[in-house]
Design a protein around this ligand. Structure first.
Ligand code: NAD
Length: 256
């Protein structure tokens, strides 16, 4: 379905981004990976699906590096058809002691980076009159939790960005939508489970159960593969007129 398209997935060296990159590659999309850490094994795994895979290590908190990444995608892949804004970080702290540099980092990586990638991706999408911009928001883009001010502000912000850009391109073949996952067992969430187990003096298993029980009626994690398949649907013709939505995949978290 996505043969000859190029998908750039920010933060695709692990977790949800990697899951989305794999599902898009299974549909034939070439992939531009981004993120930190060791990506060689993941890159080889995606290449084995028979698509072209590139990597750019841009730091999503640095606009000049984002510009370099988008220029790399243009030169090496002929531009970006599918943009998945996924890179993200978390910091948990009451607002009175929230480090200001952590606030700046969360807003830069989880929100401002999507402004830059989007503004740079749209001209090529307009030229071909086809494009998909998929923003990985969160249940925290729809509802809040205490001690996550920067994350909740950034995720509500990206839902707003999604709607505003969707309207700007509403008469074109470009759609802009958000996916709002609940808990997904990735390194980002494992760190929160580990912190909870240490703070409460309980096992990792008990902390995992508590974390799910607090928010998710299904008591189940959403998987990166399920989110990847949601992204594939958003890239399909069936979703040609799905514009500006923020779709939850959260085990009932935001239905409460
Ligand atoms: P993760 O920690 O597994 O992956 C994050 C990715 O972002 C990694 O590839 C990392 O290298 C990259 N990254 C971090 N800082 C970066 C930077 N400055 N520049 C470039 N890349 C950077 O986390 P994840 O859980 O897969 O999260 C992915 C996205 O999904 C995030 O936006 C997160 O907020 C969102 N999300 C996660 C969950 C969850 O439960 N895990 C739930 C809702 C939303």
């Amino acid at each position: 379905m996505l043969k000859n398209k190029t998908a750039l997935v920010t933060g695709s060296t692990s977790g949800i981004g990697l899951g989305i990159a794999k599902q898009l590659a299974k549909q034939g999309a070439n992939i531009v990976m981004n993120g930190f850490g060791d990506y060689a094994a993941a890159k080889a795994e995606i290449e084995a699906l028979g698509v072209k895979v590139g990597y750019h290590g841009a730091d999503m908190s640095k606009p000049a590096e984002i510009e370099a990444m988008m220029a790399y995608a243009a030169t090496e892949f002929g531009g970006v058809d599918i943009l998945v804004n996924n890179a993200g970080i978390q910091h948990v702290s009451p607002i009175e002691s929230f480090p200001t540099e952590r606030w700046d980092a969360v807003i830069a990586i989880n929100l401002t980076s999507a402004f830059h990638t989007t503004r740079l991706a749209i001209p090529n999408m307009r030229a071909t009159n086809w494009g998909r911009i998929i923003n990985i928001a969160s249940a925290h883009g729809l509802v809040a939790s205490a001690n996550k001010t920067a994350y909740v502000a950034a995720k509500h912000g990206i839902v707003g960005l999604t709607k505003a850009v969707a309207l700007e391109v509403a008469t074109t073949g470009i759609t802009v939508n958000a996916i709002c996952p609940g808990w997904v067992l990735t390194p980002l969430v494992q760190a929160q489970i580990d912190a909870r187990a240490a703070k409460e003096g309980i096992s990792i298993e008990a902390a995992t159960k508590d974390l799910l029980g607090e928010k998710e009626p299904s008591l189940q994690f959403t998987t990166p593969e399920q989110l990847g398949d949601m992204a594939v649907f958003m890239c399909s013709a069936a979703a040609n007129n799905v514009r500006g939505v923020a779709w939850a995949n959260d085990g009932g978290w935001t239905a409460q």
